[in-house]
Design a protein around this ligand. Structure first.
Ligand code: ADP
Ligand code: MG
Length: 680
């Protein structure tokens, strides 16, 4: 059976169902079979009516002996029935489902699942799930022929017109098909990783006899999901390596020494290591595709600058793309200060300047505008993308097309987002990874405190003492209001309100500034200028300022509603201070009284490593919370979990094995088809 056939090839799926299924991203048979339950309702306890206890969730089987519609005083309809199993009987009530009276006329044999409620000595089943059964059943046998009652009942992600009930009935119809599906994975792999064969997994996940069965089946689906992701990125990596050619850079060691000697500091070990890895890539005729990951302040920019310098020495242009204008300006200034003395010209291009070709400059810094249609480079040899998660694969591809001729530029992606190892494995499998896991020497550690509500006033006074008439500055970040990472109007409003309150009531004697996403570029630049010049004591901002501004005199980061943030996010906010030579502080405000969020926040006082905090987040809040709303463009896992280290590693091993095996597996072929769609 070809699982890539459209769902409409099933007898019970016509055009209208096909359309509805599409809303659940179900288009092929495979999509349907892999639409797995997100939970199960346990209706497997089948009991005699006589022994029912209030509060139990049970299934009973019997015959309808009475059923009628009743109008209540508020003109609502309820359906009242009595069911008997031959020994005893019980009353059933449904609300507003008048059709039930016709569906289950007197004499019908039914199976009913629900919670037993009691009023006085009388027991009632309220709104139970029901299904007809064809024969007079033994009241206590666990009858596997029921679908919606009397068993473990799967609950699926639903959409209008596609209920779990509908899906269950379909899988029930498909039972014999499920049992015959060929497994695309070799049996050797199944044995080695203790994976259930596909056919068995399909029937066990959709029609399980018990939780144990459902669980082992889930593990197989989680594995398949991870395997697919790994295979996708390995395929991309392979294509990148095999199909693309880049300019081989000549590496002039003497010039490199010259560069490093011109710096006012010596490089850290991990900077040196990352540089070696990058030089190694640049010297190849395949384009580099590397991710440079490092905490805020770990010194990624200078590594990028060296790569740009090498591009220049080899006669090529380099481009750096930053996610925001502020960051672009900042990169421009830093790079210019490093590279200009070495005879490299650096220019800034942002959306406010319309340009169509980037002619003579050696290094171009900009925002999205760099990849706009109609923009071309003369001789692009290196493209650097800062904060990769905001751009993703597509932008990388666009930028790599910006070079003239058939050769692709080398690509370096940089991120300060702390990524747990397992997430990096799954999400960035197509990139080579360099990590800056140490901060430059002499950095003073940021002191972090979780501040309880009763100390709020004291904290305000402490902040005033530090910033008033000194060159120190503070950030006050307002709480995360919208779920999504995109800054919404509510967040902006909250920041405005807080700004007003602080200006009038708390810090009337200080110079305050307000920054959020809706502030116009011109005004934004003005605020940044004032901030840099020290004309602002306290900057009030929405959480969006998270991404990279560099103000060396900012020594205080105060975060409101800290419990709403992930630890990794808090860490990134904290990284906005401590960039200069002064002792810096991070104050986490939380009005919550519950213990667990506070305990979680306490980790911020102890831990300064972004990755460790991200991994803690994963452990404590789970992957959903960590990257809620897929905020960093990480893949959303349906069944698998980023916390499942073992399975992620296993899937990676298998992916490597499959991709290198000469006989092309079913998996790979179907994947490659999909991949080309995804990239377009
Ligand atoms: P990132 O981009 O990784 O957040 P930056 O590249 O902005 O970090 O570097 C932060 C600061 O540290 C900059 O002022 C930079 O000049 C400085 N810096 C970078 N590398 C070193 C080093 N090895 N020793 C001391 N200071 C360094
Ligand atoms: Mg940076």
């Amino acid at each position: 059976m070809d699982l890539n056939l459209p769902v409409s090839s099933l007898p019970f799926v016509g055009p209208s169902y096909a359309k509805k299924l599409k809303k659940l991203k179900i288009q092929t048979l495979k999509d349907l079979l892999y639409h797995v339950p997100h939970r199960y309702e346990d209706f497997s306890q089948v009991e005699k009516i006589q022994t029912l206890q209030p509060g139990e969730t049970v299934t009973i089987k019997g015959q309808i002996v009475a059923i009628k519609n009743i109008f209540t005083r508020s003109r609502k309809q309820i359906q009242q029935a009595t069911v008997s199993d031959g020994q005893d009987s019980i009353d059933i009530i449904w609300f507003n489902q008048p059709f039930i009276v016709k569906t289950l006329p007197i004499g019908t044999y039914v199976s009913l699942s629900g919670r037993v409620e009691a009023s006085g000595r009388k027991r009632t089943l309220i709104s139970p799930k029901y299904e007809k059964i064809s024969h007079n059943p033994q009241p206590t046998t666990y009858n596997q022929t029921t679908i919606h009652t009397g068993r473990l009942v799967p609950i699926y992600p639903e959409t209008e017109g596609i209920s779990s009930r509908w899906l269950r009935a379909r899988f029930h119809q498909l039972f014999n098909v499920l049992n015959q599906i060929d497994d695309p994975l070799p049996s050797g792999i199944l044995t080695r990783y203790h994976l259930l064969p596909l056919a068995q997994s399909l029937s066990q996940i959709h029609l399980p006899e018990n939780f144990q069965q459902a669980q082992t089946a889930r593990r197989r689906f989680a594995f398949d999901e991870l395997l697919e992701l790994h295979l996708r990125s390995l395929t991309r990596k392979k294509e990148w390596k095999e199909e693309k050619l880049a300019h081989k850079f000549r590496i002039d060691q003497e010039k490199i020494f010259g560069f490093t000697n011109s710096l006012p500091f010596s490089l850290t070990n991990s900077q040196n290591k990352a540089i070696r890895e990058i030089l190694n890539d640049l010297a190849k005729s395949q384009p580099m595709n590397r991710l440079l990951e490092g905490d805020v302040g770990s010194g990624k920019t200078v590594v990028a600058a060296l790569a740009c310098y090498l591009a220049h020495l080899n006669g090529f242009q380099a481009a750096i793309m930053a996610p925001t204008q502020i960051l672009a300006i900042q990169h421009f200034q830093t790079l210019e200060s490093i590279l200009k003395p070495l005879g490299v010209t650096v220019d800034l291009r942002t959306s406010s300047q319309r340009v169509t070709s980037h002619g003579s400059q050696d290094v171009l810094v900009g925002t999205h505008s760099l990849v706009q249609k109609g923009v071309s480079f003369k001789n692009l040899g290196l493209a650097i993308i800062d904060e990769q998660h905001r751009f993703g694969v597509r932008q990388r591809a666009l930028l790599s097309e910006k070079s003239t001729g058939s050769l692709s530029p080398h690509i370096l992606t940089m991120t300060a987002t702390p990524i747990p190892r397992t997430v990096a494995l799954v999400a960035y499998g197509d990139l080579d990874l360099s990590t800056l896991d140490e901060l430059p020497k002499g950095r003073i550690e940021i002191k972090t405190w979780v501040v309880p509500p009763q100390k709020r006033e004291a904290a305000y006074n402490w902040i005033r003492d530090r910033v008033k008439n000194t060159d120190e500055q503070a950030f006050i970040v307002c709480p995360l209001i919208e779920e999504s990472e995109k800054e919404g109007m509510k967040s902006i409003k909250a920041a405005k309100v807080e700004f007003e309150r602080l200006s009038k009531k708390v810090f009337p004697d200080l110079r305050l500034g307000l920054l959020h996403g809706k502030v116009k570029n011109k005004e934004k630049n003005e605020i940044m200028e004032r901030l840099k010049k020290g004309d602002i004591d306290v900057l009030v901002a929405t959480p969006v300022v998270e991404v990279g501004i560099d103000i060396p005199n900012a020594t205080i980061m105060m975060i409101e509603g800290a419990e709403r943030f992930g630890l990794a996010q808090l860490h990134q906010l904290r990284g906005r201070v401590g960039r200069g030579t002064k002792q810096s502080y991070c104050l986490l405000f939380s009005d919550t009284k519950s213990e667990n969020p506070l305990k979680r926040l306490k980790n911020m006082e102890r831990t300064l490593s972004g990755r460790k905090l991200a991994e803690l987040d994963l452990e404590i809040r789970g992957p959903g919370e960590l990257y809620g709303t897929a905020q960093h463009g990480f893949p959303e896992l349906k069944v698998a979990s980023f916390a499942d280290v073992e399975l992620i590693k296993a899937a990676q091993e298998v992916a490597e094995e499959l991709i290198n095996s000469t006989e092309s597996s079913t998996y790979l072929q179907s994947l490659l088809k999909k991949e080309s769609i995804a990239l377009n």
